[in-house]
Design a protein around this ligand. Sequence first.
Ligand code: FAD
Length: 382
Amino acid sequence: MPGASPWLTSEHEAFRRALRTVVERELAPHADEWEEAGIFPREIYTLMGKLGYLGLRYSPDYGGAGLDFWYTLILAQELVQCGSVGTAVGLLAHMEFALSVIDARGTPEQKAEFLAPAIRGEKIASIGITEPGAGSDVGALRTTARRVGGDWVINGAKTFITNGTRADFISLVARTGESGPKGLSMIIFPTDTKGFRVGKALRKMGSHASDTAELFFDDCKVPLRNLVGEEGKGFGYIVDHFKGERLVISAFALGVMDRLWQEGTRYAAERQLFGQPLGKFQAWRHRLADVRTIIEAARQLTYWACDRLNRDAPDASLAVSMAKLFTCEQVKHVANEIFQLHGGYGFIEEYPVCRLYRDVAAFTIGAGTSEIMREIIAREAL
Ligand SMILES: Cc1cc2nc3c(=O)[nH]c(=O)nc-3n(C[C@H](O)[C@H](O)[C@H](O)COP(=O)(O)OP(=O)(O)OC[C@H]3O[C@@H](n4cnc5c(N)ncnc54)[C@H](O)[C@@H]3O)c2cc1C
């Protein structure tokens, strides 16, 4: 049975069932409308906050549920079933990508001011790392934060920032010191700060319901108390944080593979060709057998990585990098196979495979590209 695993408890599976109902009732009926609009409503954050989904693994002192990482993995797998990968990306970018370092390293005051309202879905958060001149090469970031009196004065630009057009605050990585990774720090940046400007919302190939923006910082003053953790430790915090973000992307890929399997097998049973269902042709039976084998291999690798992360094991980074590399490369192959199975209908928007084929393209890029995953795996395994 897909989803069955020696690692998942009956509580995890009960959580999945309850979440499925929410996805089917509250999200799926609106997926097409949100994809068309290029954004999903702000109220979805408040709804998900009220239902307790935005603070799954965070401290109960700030409204979180203090649960293990499996719940976040299941959330990512199930949210993509709504038919709008963009909505899932927007929600996880907020609750996992932007908040994890604040939860792990923030002061009680920072958590009360930013984490708690974000968990309630009242404030929207972004993670701001990538710049026009530095993506994979995080150590080359150029946005600066200079100490002037009681403030950080921030100058620079970020790009590709998910939730960027409407975030209330950004977990911003900026240069507070020397060149290279050791000069980077994380600062919580409220977007009502003078001198901050949202550039254009980027028109993307897929994940249309998530807004992705360029951001500009011109002599923006933020209080010194908004520094997260220690000055100069930002790079280390991001490296640590990326494990969760990468596992979430693996879970998205896995969720999409499960959806593609459902779409493919349904179509193979329904479509009649040369007097028999498409799924009866051996050529397609064998290709679908390969697809199913890939999906189950991806599931086991991702679940193993989640187990390593959950235990904070020394090989967690290696395991997560392997899971992200494999699932994100393979979901593209699976999408291509299911697309081909659909013939011309796969090219038509009414068929879910059409949108999914585009949505998965960014999975091998966001949160660290496949090439960067191979670098990490080679470094740690060799
Ligand atoms: C939809 C979407 C949402 C995103 N959301 C966010 C967000 O919310 N916040 C944020 O900060 N960023 C976000 N990003 C940015 C994302 O993290 C970067 O795009 C990614 O890290 C790659 O950086 P880059 O695009 O600058 O590519 P580059 O780093 O310029 O890479 C170009 C190519 O070179 C390859 N390459 C790089 N280094 C090596 C190497 N050492 N060896 C071999 N090949 C190499 C890469 O794999 C890639 O193929 C998002 C991106 C997308 C597409």
